[in-house]
Design a protein around this ligand. Structure first.
Ligand SMILES: Cc1cc2nc3c(=O)[nH]c(=O)nc-3n(C[C@H](O)[C@H](O)[C@H](O)COP(=O)(O)O)c2cc1C
Length: 193
């Protein structure tokens, strides 16, 4: 079976749980994940989930500090199938959109774009200003998937986990990884037919 090498960057936007659960799902599905967490991502991990980096590392194949630009994944010669940044802060979004790759997460995303590899960004911010929107448009035009952390409600979520699973499932769908993380829409119960 083909090895699935996937890089996951977790940055300092609210919703670190999206990144955590994506990592756990990829681990469950037997993917080889390369993980990096920005300094503010680490703060939010502690604050929002209570998890430690050590606990999270166990679900990854290899962990790299975000300042380690000499990590193997920093080079286009390292064969990654896809790059995910979840959650993606507006700061990291701007770094990627500008091409000014000063962090590992920014550099790996930059490489994904230049090598024509799948880049999935899960931005979280609201409201969005014109800079955020322009950065998303620019990256979308370059082929990145802008998978906004905006869960739906048609699957009747009853707990936070259902909302998180919706986004995690959508990310896995992008990677063609079979999942039942959310209820799909199989027809209308609406009154308009
Ligand atoms: C509690 C907290 C919540 C934050 N939530 C967001 C957010 O949802 N979206 C965002 O773009 N930035 C958010 N920020 C700001 C980022 O952490 C900040 O811009 C930081 O520079 C991001 O750096 P990074 O992309 O290297 O992680 C938040 C900061 C804190 C302390």
């Amino acid at each position: 079976m083909k090895e699935r090498n996937i890089f996951l960057g977790i940055t300092g936007a609210s919703g670190v749980i999206y990144g955590v659960n994506i990592l756990k799902e990829l681990h469950k599905k037997g993917c080889k994940t390369y993980l990096s967490i920005s300094e503010w991502g680490k703060e939010l991990l502690k604050y929002e989930t209570g998890l430690t980096i050590e606990e999270l590392k166990k679900f990854s194949h290899q962990y790299f500090e975000n300042k380690n630009l000499a990590a193997p994944v920093s080079s286009g010669s390292f064969k990654l199938e896809a790059v995910i940044v979840a959650p993606c802060s507006m700061a990291t979004l701007a770094e990627i959109a500008s091409g000014y790759s000063k962090s590992l997460i920014g550099r790996v995303a930059d490489v994904a774009l230049k090598e024509g590899r799948k880049l999935i960004l899960v931005p979280r911010e609201t409201p969005l200003n014109a800079i955020h929107l322009q950065n998303m448009l620019k990256l979308s035009k370059l082929g990145a998937v802008i998978l906004v952390a905006s869960p739906a409600f048609y699957h009747k979520p009853s707990e936070i986990q259902d909302l998180v699973n919706f986004i995690v499932g959508k990310v896995l769908d992008q990677l063609d990884i079979k999942n039942d993380l959310f209820k799909r829409w199989y027809g209308s119960r609406c009154s308009i037919k």
